[in-house]
Design a protein around this ligand. Structure first.
Ligand SMILES: *Cc1c(COP(=O)(O)O)cnc(C)c1O
Length: 412
């Protein structure tokens, strides 16, 4: 006799919380006892009076360290991942009336940023076994107006960057990696972000490296880096005067407080990724045993997964509209989880803005056909990254809870 679901008043599998996130960097890391704690560094900024990056050195130092971490020649920090995308699009020359191919299975910022520069997001479908933009579908969506394509490394899993780099070259369009979820991720040994032309990151609270808010753009191209600097610094140029505005630019700067937090986040990231990776591997092997559970395919080209989300598909439950009920039942068992994205092609605000842009610019508009996204949006369960930051016992609890809820799915 199976134990009663917590949703129906039974005992939950666990009541202990998973590790808290965001988490300040370890006070005295075993690897570097001389390192200051985040608290000390924040107080340092406070008492120094150098709060902004134009007067301090911490943002610049972090930009150099983060560029090195992502194996990029340049990094320009900005205030969040959404505006990192706007800056990357602008730097790549994307503007009014251009089209940008984006996946619909992503955070709304990926497509909204395209509209913010007056360009039209064109949705191409994702792959059912990776949740990532399908390079074949992306190529089919290219028109003479296409100026860029945006592979989004959802969950921290890198897109097929061989295919997207080739696509960019063949069609003469920019490739902008949305790596908001993919700090430290690698495609065939190369860290994401600067594999193609430009890549963007987010340091928002939920992300695997966080300062509450924050973002970055990386590139290997010196010219693009200069443009990014100018876009983020009201049109100034490196080494130029304070009132020397060579271009029009935003103020997208990060503060020294955020850089002080991020320095510690960067130090802790390798150890945390190691823990997330080993827990994700264990979770995959446990959940792989359960009937009705589909896990993303493995790919030897993914030499490091960013592990921002652990994605699980439940196709049978999804097909009968029971995925959300499953998520409620799993959450009641003490497992943090969610249903994740609704396809962006169904977001009313985005649809209205795309209709508005295409009408005002007299551009053709086509109804997106993205059936895989609809299927994934109805049958995928997300486990957020803190569920992978604990112990193997925590991972076993997740698997036990899945098994318990799946066994009684008919009662949901
Ligand atoms: C978080 C996120 C963003 C936006 O980053 P913010 O810092 O929240 O503005 C963009 N794209 C993806 C895929 C994200 O997950």
């Amino acid at each position: 006799m199976a134990s009663t679901l917590a949703l129906h008043g039974g005992e939950p599998i666990r009541t202990r919380p998973f590790p808290a996130w965001p988490a300040a960097a370890a006070t005295d890391s075993a690897t570097d006892a001389a390192t200051d704690s985040t608290e000390t560094e924040l107080l340092d900024v406070l008492t120094s009076g150098r709060w902004g990056s134009t007067h301090g050195t911490r943002v610049t130092a972090f930009e150099e360290d983060f560029a090195r971490y992502q194996q990029a020649a340049h990094c320009v920090c900005v205030c969040n991942g959404t505006l990192a995308l706007v800056a990357a699009l602008r730097a790549a020359g994307v503007g009014i009336g251009d089209e940008v191919v984006v996946p619909p299975y992503t955070f709304i910022a990926s497509a909204a940023a395209v509209t913010f520069v007056g360009a039209v997001p064109v949705f191409a479908d994702v792959q059912p076994d990776t949740h990532l933009l399908d390079p074949v579908a992306a190529e089919a969506a290219i028109t003479p107006r296409t100026r860029a394509v945006m592979p989004v490394h959802i969950a921290g899993r890198p897109c097929d960057m061989d295919a997207f780099t080739a696509l960019g070259r063949t069609h003469g369009i920019a490739v902008i990696e949305d790596a908001a979820q993919a700090h430290g991720a690698e495609w065939r040994g190369r860290r994401v972000g600067a594999i193609a032309d430009l890549g963007t990151f987010s340091f928002q609270s939920s992300k695997n490296m966080s300062a509450g808010e924050g973002g970055a753009v990386v590139t290997n191209d010196d010219g693009l880096a200069d443009r990014l600097y100018s876009l983020a610094n009201v049109g100034r140029v490196r080494g130029g005067g304070w009132y020397q505005h060579e271009h029009l630019g935003y103020n997208l700067r990060l503060t020294e407080f955020q850089a002080a937090v991020l320095a510690g986040q960067l130090r802790d990231h390798p150890d945390q990724q190691h823990r997330r990776e080993s827990n994700a591997t264990l979770l995959g092997s446990l959940l792989g045993e359960l009937d009705g559970v589909w896990l993303p395919s493995t790919d030897p080209s993914v030499t490091a997964h960013g592990r921002h989300l652990f994605l699980v598909r439940l196709p049978a439950l999804g097909a009968v509209g029971r995925r959300d009920a499953f998520v409620r039942a799993l959450a009641a068992e003490g497992i943090p989880c969610s249903s994740g994205y609704v396809g962006l092609h169904r977001n009313a605000a985005l649809r209205a803005e795309i209709a508005n842009l295409t009408k005002r610019l007299d551009l053709p508009s086509t109804e997106p056909f993205v059936p895989v996204t609809d299927r994934l949006a109805s049958d995928t369960v997300w486990l957020p990254q803190p569920t992978m930051l604990g112990t193997p016992e925590d991972v076993h609890d997740i698997a036990v809870a899945f098994e318990k809820v799946l066994a009684q799915a008919a009662t949901l």
